[in-house]
Design a protein around this ligand. Structure first.
Ligand SMILES: [Zn+2]
Length: 189
């Protein structure tokens, strides 16, 4: 559980500090739209590779015909049996082919993104960014954001007061460091 009041690293008071998530998602005092945009929750990454998604869907679509032709394998008529066996192998090959192609396309997209320095690369990493975002606090008086010492990892010190225009960059960089350090290990004070 988060404590209800956390002192701001700039003014050292907790009169007007509030978790960023509370400030952005509602709260009693709505944020200025420009401030809200700077503090907004990181967007879930768009599919890295729409092509791979299509291929995975095509692979999944082979399931229904597979179930249909599988039923014929037990048929007493040898013609139906043989046809079903061949059809099953064909549908299986098609499904595996689509899935393999999807995997290759996705890996290529990730390699491209990594080469460009893009982050997060995966849904897990985005989930981590989101958790880090939830740990951030805002001081409404100073208009700065900060991470309290206990909020991320026991071995991560409190952050300095962060100017809001740099908040999203901080979020990404902090999440990268936490990812490298082995993920979040939040402990209450
Ligand atoms: Zn302050």
């Amino acid at each position: 559980m988060s404590p209800t009041s956390v002192p701001c690293p700039a003014c050292a008071t907790s009169d007007r500090t509030v978790p960023v998530s509370v400030a952005v998602l509602g709260g009693d005092t709505p944020l200025d739209p420009a401030v809200r945009a700077q503090l907004d929750v990181p967007r879930e990454p768009k599919s890295l590779s729409p092509g791979s998604t299509v291929l995975f869907v095509l692979a999944g679509l082979q399931l229904l015909p597979l179930l249909m032709v599988l039923g014929g394998i037990g048929d007493p008529d040898p013609t139906v049996r043989n046809f079903s066996l061949i059809a099953t192998l064909l549908v299986l090959a098609l499904g595996i082919g689509f899935a393999t192609a999807g995997r290759l396309v996705l890996n290529a997209a990730r390699a491209r993104r990594r080469a460009q320095g893009g982050w997060p690369l995966s849904y897990d990493q985005w989930t981590l960014v989101h958790k880090v975002w939830r740990a951030a606090w805002l001081c409404r008086a100073c208009q700065v954001a900060f991470f309290p010492a206990w909020s991320l990892r026991p071995d991560f010190p409190a952050s300095p007061a962060l100017q809001l225009p740099h908040f999203q960059d901080w979020l990404t960089e902090t999440s990268k460091q936490i990812d490298l350090a082995g993920g979040l290990a939040t402990t209450a004070p």
